[in-house]
Design a protein around this ligand. Structure first.
Ligand code: 4H4
Length: 228
C-alpha cells in the first residue's frame, strides 16, 4: 500500500521510520511518502495560511497549496483515497482501519490548528477524527491512522503476532501472562499451565467478556446485541 502524507511538519513523522513500519517498507509492503505543504506555495514566504474572510481571529489553511499537493500526490498514488484529519471528522475505529487497509492507497492531509478553507473538502473522501479532543495539529492523528492501517496489511505483522486483538469484534483482549510462573507472590492462573487448549480457550473467552463488561460497558452491550 502507498500512503502519501501532506504536512507542514514532515520532521514529526520519524516514528513511522521505526520498527514494524520500517520492516514493512523494507519488504515493499508499504510505501510512505511525505509531502511538505510549503513546497506547493507560490510566494517567497511559502505561506500556507492567511487571514479569514469575514474577519475573526486565527489563520486559515489556504486551499491552493493543498490542491496542488493532493494533485501531485495523486500522480504517484492515483487510486489514493483522500483523508483529512480533523476534530470534526468521523471517529476513527478499528473497522475504519480495516476499510482503509483494503484501499490501494491513501493520501492523508494533516489538518491545521486554526481551520481549513472549506473548499479543500471538495477533494476529500473522508474527514477523520481520532477522538473528541483538540490537538495542536493533524500530524499525530495522521501517524495514528497510518500505524493502525499499516499493521493490517497482510505480511506487515510478524506471523506470530495477533491481528485478532482488542477491538476485533466487540470484546477487549483477554489477560496475558509470561514467565515466571510466580512473581512477587503473584501466580499465573493454573488453567494457562494446564495444556488443555479447549479449557484455555473457554477461560480466555470468559475473561474477555468479563473484562469488556467492566472496562467498556458500551462495547459489552454491543457484543451482547450481536451475540443474540
Ligand atoms: C482544528 C485544532 C481546529 C484546533 C484543530 C482547532 C484532530 C483530532 C485534532 C489540529 C486541529 C487539530 N485531528 N483528530 N482530534 N481552531 N486536530 O484535534 O477549533 O481550536 O484528528 S480550533
Amino acid at each position: 500500500m502507498r500512503i502519501d502524507i501532506i504536512t507542514i511538519f514532515p520532521g514529526m513523522f520519524a516514528p513511522l521510520e521505526q520498527s514494524i513500519l520500517k520492516r514493512a517498507a523494507e519488504k515493499k509492503l508499504l510505501e510512505i511518502k511525505l509531502w511538505d505543504l510549503r513546497d506547493f506555495t507560490q510566494d517567497k514566504h511559502r505561506k500556507v495560511d492567511d487571514t479569514a474572510y469575514g474577519g475573526g481571529k486565527g489563520m486559515v489553511f489556504r486551499c491552493e497549496p493543498v490542491f496542488n499537493a493532493v494533485s501531485r500526490a495523486k500522480n504517484e498514488n492515483p487510486c489514493g483515497k483522500v483523508i483529512i484529519t480533523s476534530p470534526q471528522g468521523s471517529l476513527f475505529t478499528q473497522e475504519a482501519a480495516k476499510k482503509f487497509s483494503r484501499e490501494q492507497g491513501l493520501i492523508i492531509i494533516c489538518g491545521h490548528y486554526e481551520g481549513i478553507d472549506e473548499r479543500v473538502f471538495s477533494i476529500v473522501d473522508y474527514e477523520v477524527s481520532i477522538g473528541d479532543y483538540v490537538l495542536t495539529g493533524g500530524e499525530l492523528p495522521a501517524m495514528v491512522i497510518t500505524d493502525c492501517v499499516a499493521r493490517l496489511i497482510p505480511g506487515v505483522l510478524p506471523k506470530e503476532a495477533s491481528v485478532d486483538d482488542s477491538f476485533n469484534g466487540c470484546l477487549l483482549d483477554w489477560p496475558c501472562y509470561t514467565k515466571p510462573e510466580v512473581f512477587n507472590g503473584l501466580r499465573v492462573p493454573e488453567i494457562l499451565l494446564s495444556g488443555n487448549h479447549k479449557k484455555i480457550a473457554e477461560w480466555r473467552c470468559k475473561q474477555a467478556e468479563e473484562r469488556t463488561r467492566k472496562k467498556r460497558p458500551d462495547l459489552y452491550k454491543k457484543y451482547l446485541k450481536e451475540k443474540s
